[in-house]
Design a protein around this ligand. Sequence first.
Ligand SMILES: [Zn+2]
Length: 295
Amino acid sequence: MIQNPIPWPNGARCACAITFDMDADSLIHIARPKDAHDRLYPISMGRYGPTVAIPRILDTYERLGIKQSFFIPGWCIETYPDTVESILKAGHEVGHHGYLHEDPIVTKDTQREWFERTLDVHDKICGQKPRGYRAPVYNVNQTVIDLLIEHGFRYDSSLMADDIPYAMKTAQGELYEMPVHWGTDDWPPFAHYDEIGYMMPVKAPSIGLQAFWEEFDAMYAAGGFFMLVVHPFLTGRLARWAQVEKWLTNTLETKDVWFAPLEEIADHIDNLRAQGIYTPRTDHLPYYSAPVLEP
Ligand SMILES: [Zn+2]
C-alpha cells in the first residue's frame, strides 16, 4: 500500500523511468587523480558506456518509442560530446551529475564552483540548462539542495525518504525528489571495481535483474513509481541489456505503465497540483542544522 498515490496520465497504473548515469571513466579520474590517466583498464571499462552501450540503449528506446533520463558529469559531456548529442537528438533528458563525479565533500565555495562549472558545460554543449540533478554516489548535502533551488532546478534524484516522488521545501523554495534506493541500482549486483574500493561477486544477468523486476511488481501492484538507477558500462553490457530489452518489450505490451523522463514526471505533478487534484508529501529541509550529538 502507498498512502498518497499519484494519479498517472491516462489512468496508467505505474510510472516507470530507466535512468542511466553515464559516468564513463570519470570515476577513476576522481578516485586516483595522480595516475588515473595511465590506468588503461578502468579507463576502457568506463569508455564502454558512451562508445558501445549508449548506442545500443538508444537503439532499443527508439524501437520501443520511449524517452528516458540520462545523468552525465560535466567532464563526460565535454569528453564525449557526440554521445551526448545522440542522446539529446533522440529526445531524451540530460541531467546534472556533478563535474567529475565528485562527492560533495568539499568546501562550500568549491561546491558552488564545480556545480556552476557543470551548468556552463550544459549551456555550451547541450544548449540548455538541466532541470534535474542526481548526486554522484547519492551524496547530496544541504549546500547542493540550496544550489539546486537557487538555479531553478525542478527535481533532485538522490534521496530515499519515500516510494514515490515527494516535495522538499526549504526557506528559499521547493523542488521534487524522485527517490532512489539501493534495491534498484545496478552497482551492488554488477560492479566489481577494485581501484575504487568496490569488490563484489558479479551476479548472473538473470539473478541481478530479477531483484529489479520484483521491485517493479510491488510498485505496479501499489500504483507507484518504478525507477532504475543503472550505468551504461554495467547494465548496457550485451547479456544484461538483452534481458532488460526483453522485459521492456513485454512490460509495454502487457502492463498499463507510463514510461517518461523524470522532468515530465515533475511536470505532471505540477499540473496535478495546479488543478488541485493532488498534494505531494513534503519534507522540510534542512533535516538538522547541527550534529545531533553535541560534544
Ligand atoms: Zn554516477
